[in-house]
Design a protein around this ligand. Structure first.
Ligand code: HEM
Length: 514
């Protein structure tokens, strides 16, 4: 789709585009953070190509990029070149080389930008900030605590059996849903099912308890929580855009706050229950055992209010990201039977049919890993990111930027850069295999971000995705629903499909059914 868009743009704008690109005012690729051999001094920001605010509004509203901001990245890259000032005056970076220059010069405490619209509720209720909302040294200290038991592959491996339980329940649910369908093998609106899977998965890791998302009847409290998340997100846009004075006049603010109330009260209840259990064990001189929440409650200096804040943010970050990546991956697999065959072979070779795969086994499957990497390259679920470097001035792409410049990282445009990924709109997991071929640029696709501020949940997310895919591929051949037309992406902060995805899960009859 975006390939077609690129072609149309080129045809429509012809030589003007090329001129603009060549007038890309001095961009030359060189070593990170340095000037090229042809430049004796950095160029000034005024020399950058730019788009105006009005032009941006026109593109969003009249050219329809409002819901397709990821495509706007490619469109504007063709117009202005790899580095330019966008309509919001942020400096947009669009190649792996420029991204590397930025990331190799990160501040000690990297900053992504203003999160005050998330802070307001926490300030009102006196809850602590979590990893998204906290900044500076306090953020660093928080990450030091949160990273433990989560970020290292060995840490995440300990959640293997918890996640396997959730995977087993999910595959049971797939069997149940297939039976309910007219063809006996169709599952409709898979994104919705995977959302429940991801919520159950991350909640079981964080709260050390099951919350019932995969049951036939979701418990009322859990359903209220799911509704509260949706309510908070659906009113966020208004909160960001509308002036503060309108908060008490228009309904969006009350709904937004009610959403947060629902989210926090659900998390708080589960955390409080866990605290009671720990206290009872301590009172009875018993050893305190448990996983992530127990570790936070009993092994760190975090106050309970800080734990409420952090666990809530971990939970929110861990649902749509994982579920949409799984949706895209299964969609891609359904369209590429030869990739499924190769994956099935890998899985059957490495895990005996009567064995439940362990965390160690699934993380050691090169083709499985390559599939997820490639799905995330094509559909980077977080298509845009940002950095504000507050410590020092920077030279990027031969231009000098003063501190506090906002850099917009166009992950979607970067991971579709034809020079790094030939045939970028085609699903080719092989690109990522370490079988002697040239590896893509290290910053060509960094879907979990980079450096000390990168995704804290990466290893958990990978484990969830690997375990689920292994179990599904062992039991089913996955086929597309021919009644569904071409699926496109919408950018709703995360990349989501523009229509429900239905898939046929054809039983392989291998006797693996849970
Ligand atoms: C496919 C799944 C996921 C993807 C692609 C993803 C991607 C990302 C990205 C791109 C960032 C920003 C990194 C940066 O600025 O350099 C991020 C941050 C974050 N992610 Fe994830 N994520 C995923 C799953 C998860 C899960 C399961 C959790 C929870 C356990 C989680 C928790 C977080 C948190 C808390 C942050 C903020 C970190 C900070 O600012 O210190 N993510 N994620």
């Amino acid at each position: 789709m975006a390939a077609r868009l690129s072609r149309t743009v080129m045809q429509r704008n012809g030589s003007r585009l090329l001129q603009l690109c060549f007038r890309g005012k001095g961009y030359t690729s060189s070593a990170p953070g340095t000037l090229s051999a042809f430049q004796d001094k950095p160029r000034s920001v005024e020399e950058l190509p730019y788009s105006s605010f009005l032009r941006m509004i026109y593109r969003l509203l009249f050219q329809g990029f409002y819901k397709r901001l990821h495509e706007l990245q490619i469109y504007e890259k063709q117009l202005y070149g790899p580095i330019y000032k966008d309509g919001m005056k942020a400096v947009s970076l669009n190649t792996p080389q420029l991204l590397e220059e930025l990331m190799r010069n990160e501040d000690k405490y990297p900053c992504r930008g203003d999160m005050s619209f998330w802070k307001d509720y926490r300030d009102m209720r006196g809850f602590g900030y979590g990893p998204f909302t906290e900044e500076g040294e306090r953020w660093h200290n928080l990450r030091v605590m949160l990273n433990k038991r989560m970020l290292h592959p060995k840490d995440s491996a300990q959640y293997g059996s918890i996640i396997n339980d959730v995977v087993t329940d999910f595959t049971k649910r797939i069997y149940y849903l297939r039976q309910c369908s007219a063809t006996g093998d169709l599952v409709t609106n898979l994104a919705n099912e995977l959302y429940q899977f991801s919520l159950e998965g991350i909640a079981s890791v964080l709260f050390e308890t099951r919350i019932g998302c995969l049951e036939k009847e979701i418990p009322a409290g859990t359903q209220d929580f799911i509704n509260a998340i949706a309510q908070m997100f659906s009113n966020s846009f208004a909160v960001v855009l509308a002036p503060k004075w309108s908060r008490n006049l228009l309904p969006y603010w009350g709904r937004y706050i009610a959403g947060w109330e629902g989210i926090f009260s659900f998390g708080k209840d589960l955390i409080d229950k866990k605290m009671e259990i720990i206290q009872q064990r301590i009172d009875n001189n018993q050893e305190v055992e448990g996983e992530y929440l127990t570790y936070l409650l009993s092994n760190t200096q975090m106050s309970t209010k800080d734990i409420y804040g952090s666990v809530t943010e971990l939970l929110l970050a861990g649902v749509d990201t994982t579920s949409n990546t799984l949706t895209w991956t299964l969609h891609l697999l359904s369209k590429h039977p030869q990739v499924q065959d190769r994956l099935y072979k890998e899985v059957s070779t490495l895990v005996p049919a009567d064995q439940i795969p362990s965390a160690e086994q699934v993380t050691a499957m090169p083709y499985l890993r390559a599939i997820i990497k490639e799905a995330l390259r094509m559909y980077p679920v977080v298509p845009t990111n940002a950095r504000i470097h507050a410590e020092k001035d920077l030279i990027i792409g031969g231009f000098k930027f003063s501190k506090n410049t906002v850099f917009k990282i166009s992950h979607y445009a970067i991971s579709h850069d034809e020079e790094v990924f030939p045939d970028p709109f085609t699903f080719k997991p092989e690109r990522w295999l370490r079988d002697g071929r040239k590896r893509p640029h290290a910053f060509g696709s960094i879907p979990f971000g980079f450096g000390v501020r990168s995704c804290v949940g990466r290893r958990i997310a990978e484990l969830e995705m690997y375990m689920l895919l292994v179990q599904l591929i062992r039991q089913f051949e996955i086929k597309p629903d021919p009644t569904i037309k071409e699926v496109k992406c919408l950018n709703r902060t995360v990349l989501v499909p523009d229509r429900p995805i239905n898939l046929h899960f054809v039983d392989r009859g291998s006797g693996n059914a849970a």
